[in-house]
Design a protein around this ligand. Structure first.
Ligand SMILES: *[C@@H]1O[C@H](CO)[C@@H](O)[C@H](O)[C@H]1NC(C)=O
Ligand SMILES: *[C@@H]1O[C@H](CO)[C@@H](O)[C@H](O)[C@H]1NC(C)=O
Ligand SMILES: *[C@@H]1O[C@H](CO)[C@@H](O)[C@H](O)[C@H]1NC(C)=O
Length: 341
């Protein structure tokens, strides 16, 4: 009996797709901290879940960097597993920042994976394809980052948690969007000149992702100017709840899309408090000689600090000898470190 190649191929692809589907089920059930709707998205796009996870981590790491000298250092009381949602912080501006940051991270990581060709559904931005003329007079070339795909998938995934019709959910959705906008607004353009001896008679350009730090810096600025909002039920019945600025010259003003918004005043993060999600600053490193936020006075909230003395050693006065070895001395220095009581 002979079997036609198409039948063999059909059987093979069926087997393959069931393996892939099975794999997706196992993977998506194993990843902790996802909401049911996110699990469903994971199953339909298992290829993207690695980028999504990496993006959330990227956002969190940047958050820790941006807040390394503050009492709140981007740690939360949520379990380690909750990569995609931070409930313990309440509706504070710190929660606003961490949501915007992770949403930005996920958008960024997906866009980056698209450009590297590691996701099947995306690649370079087709609207900026080779040879197309840009309004600025140059031609698009190379691989423009496909930010639209990144933003779309990040929105679908990150917003899938927010099914509650309450103010906190609206706050998270708003800050997720502000995070995505920060990525979009910080995109750059790289160009290459062509023509005789770099005369630039012809230029090709492509859009690029900025270093992620740039997005972190810009969201940190937004955090400092974040706006307090209150839920507002439109006058007509059946209108949905929206968030409006609590302090505004004119009534019922909506926050801008780029604003980070929050509902609750922050605690001072001095002491541990499970209710506000504050871990306190006991054990945090501080700087004895600065009046800044990482100075021992501010960081330790007046509780005082412990001094630890230790000897720091390192290689020094290294000399290169021909050929081929390096001779170094050992230098050392007594230093002190301070941690909050
Ligand atoms: C978080 O992770 C650390 C180290 O991996 C572990 O010791 C700790 O128990 C975890 N905490 C929670 C709440 O899961
Ligand atoms: C942040 O501060 C907490 C509480 O002092 C500490 O346990 C944690 O290790 C710090 N996290 C980082 C990333 O520095
Ligand atoms: C402490 O702050 C001072 C003044 O800002 C700075 O020069 C110094 O390098 C800081 N020390 C440490 C250990 O960070």
């Amino acid at each position: 009996m002979t079997v036609s190649p198409t039948v063999v191929w059909a059987a093979f692809s069926m087997a393959l797709s069931s393996v892939v589907a099975l794999g997706a089920n196992i993977i998506c059930n194993k990843i902790p901290g996802m909401a049911p709707k996110q699990r469903a998205i994971c199953r339909s796009r298992p290829d993207a879940i690695v980028s999504i996870g990496e993006g959330a981590k990227l956002g969190l790491t940047e958050c820790q960097y941006q807040f390394r000298f503050m009492r709140w250092n981007c740690s939360t009381l949520d379990s380690n597993d909750s990569m995609f949602g931070y409930e313990s912080l309440g509706g504070t501006k710190e929660a606003a920042f961490i949501y915007a940051m992770t949403s930005a991270g996920v958008s960024y990581a997906i866009t980056q994976s698209c450009g590297l060709g590691s996701l099947p559904n995306c690649g370079c931005d087709k609207d900026k394809g080779d040879g197309k003329l840009a309004p600025q007079g140059w031609k698009w070339g190379g691989c423009s980052a496909d930010i639209k795909h990144g933003l779309r998938l990040a929105r679908k995934f990150m917003d899938a948690r927010e099914i509650a019709q309450n103010a906190r959910s609206l706050m998270n959705l708003h800050n997720n969007r502000a995070g995505r906008k920060a990525v979009k607004d910080n995109m750059g353009t790289d160009c290459k000149c062509h023509g005789v001896s770099g005369s630039c008679t012809m230029k090709t350009c492509w859009t690029t992702l900025p270093p992620f730090r740039k997005i972190g810096d810009s969201l940190k600025k937004r955090y400092k100017k974040s706006k307090i909002v209150v839920p507002y039920l439109g006058r007509r019945a059946r209108t949905a709840v929206t968030l409006i600025l609590k302090r505004a010259k004119r009534p019922h003003r909506k926050p801008r899309r780029s604003h980070l918004v929050y509902l609750d005043k922050s605690p001072n993060y001095c002491d541990f408090d499970g209710k506000t999600g504050s871990l306190g600053t006991v054990g945090r490193k501080c700087n004895r000689t600065t009046k800044d936020t990482d100075g021992c006075d501010l960081m330790c909230c007046g509780r005082g600090y412990n001094t630890h003395q230790y000897t720091r050693t390192w290689q020094c006065n290294c000399k290169f000898h021909w050929c081929c070895y390096v001779n170094c001395n050992k230098c050392s220095e007594r230093t002190e470190e301070y941690t909050c009581k």
